[in-house]
Design a binder for this molecule. Structure first.
Ligand code: COA
Length: 259
């Protein structure tokens, strides 16, 4: 499937969404954010697609941020209206299937924020990360101050947001900002290996697991643990739970159908 600014392909159970504006380092303009939302909506209905990988076209960038040209002359009132609408960042976070950011280069500003909204982040050794909005006289507006802080802690998040400095992939790995760093040559194959491993699990259990882990940042401990009991119980309403348990008892590989 194809939109103007994003490409969507499927490799078995794994869907790959590529932001496709390589001449602009895949900067997220409004139309691209709209296309991402449309692609997510299409994938949400697609039972074949069990895991989503998001990446950027070209050799240089994952996504080099919001499209800065759209900020010129923009008023506070209009910008707020844009951001109060449905946000691609939140739609990625709320997407019911696991999402992996495959970061192949610059991962800056809104690009970093989109990656932060994903469930896992993997990067090539070439990747560079940063929230450079401060250099434009603004701050991250796509969840960066919140999600970066939750993922790497306040001290380092504050430093990155106040300085606008970029960090390399190795440092991102040490900070827990990315799960893995691989060479550019290996990045796609290793990412697909990881995505396929997850795609073999029950889609029902994956959705419940994602929702429950996300609750850790949204609810207090008591609410989160109580909600986990309910999400755990929902798994027991699935055919996949019977299949998973029986497969273990029969010493065979489970074949999860997402029911
Ligand atoms: N918005 C709009 N256009 C962008 C962009 C962005 N965030 N990032 C890159 N581009 C465009 C450049 O304007 C340039 O377009 P042009 O060829 O029409 O002039 C093209 O992408 C290539 O970028 P360029 O700056 O020439 O590449 P570089 O290798 O010299 O530098 C960066 C790469 C990432 C360091 C630099 O592009 C940059 O600082 N981008 C902005 C990052 C940022 O501040 N993001 C947060 C936005 S809130």
């Amino acid at each position: 499937m194809e939109w103007e600014n994003v490409l969507l392909e499927k490799r078995g159970r794994v869907a790959i969404l590529t932001v496709n504006r390589p001449d602009k380092l895949n900067a997220l303009n409004r139309a691209t954010r709209r296309d991402i939302l449309a692609a997510l909506d299409a994938l949400e209905q697609d039972e074949e697609a069990r895991v989503l990988v998001i990446t950027g076209a070209g050799e240089k960038a994952f996504i080099a941020g919001a499209d800065i040209s759209e900020f010129a002359g923009m008023t506070a009132v209009k910008q707020r209206a844009v951001m109060k609408g449905r946000r691609a960042f939140d739609a990625v976070e709320d997407f019911s299937k696991p999402v992996i950011a495959m970061i192949n280069g610059f991962c800056l500003g809104g690009g970093c924020e989109l990656a932060l909204a994903c469930d896992l982040r993997v990067a090539s050794t070439q990747a560079k990360f940063g929230q450079p909005e401060i250099k434009l006289g603004i701050i991250p507006g796509g969840g960066g101050t919140q999600r970066l802080t939750r993922i790497i802690g306040e001290g380092k998040a504050m430093e990155l947001i106040l300085t606008g400095d970029f960090i390399a992939a190795e440092e991102a790995l040490n900070l827990g900002l990315v799960n893995y760093v691989w060479s550019s040559e290996e990045l796609e194959a290793k990412t697909l290996e990881l995505a396929n491993k997850i795609a073999e699990m029950s889609p029902v259990a994956l959705a419940m697991a994602k929702a429950s882990v996300k609750n850790a940042a949204r609810l207090n401990l008591k609410e989160g643990v109580d909600a986990e009991v309910d999400l755990f119980a929902i798994c027991f309403s699935s055919e996949d739970k019977e299949e998973g348990v029986n497969a273990f008892l029969e010493k065979r590989k489970a074949d999860f159908k997402g029911r």
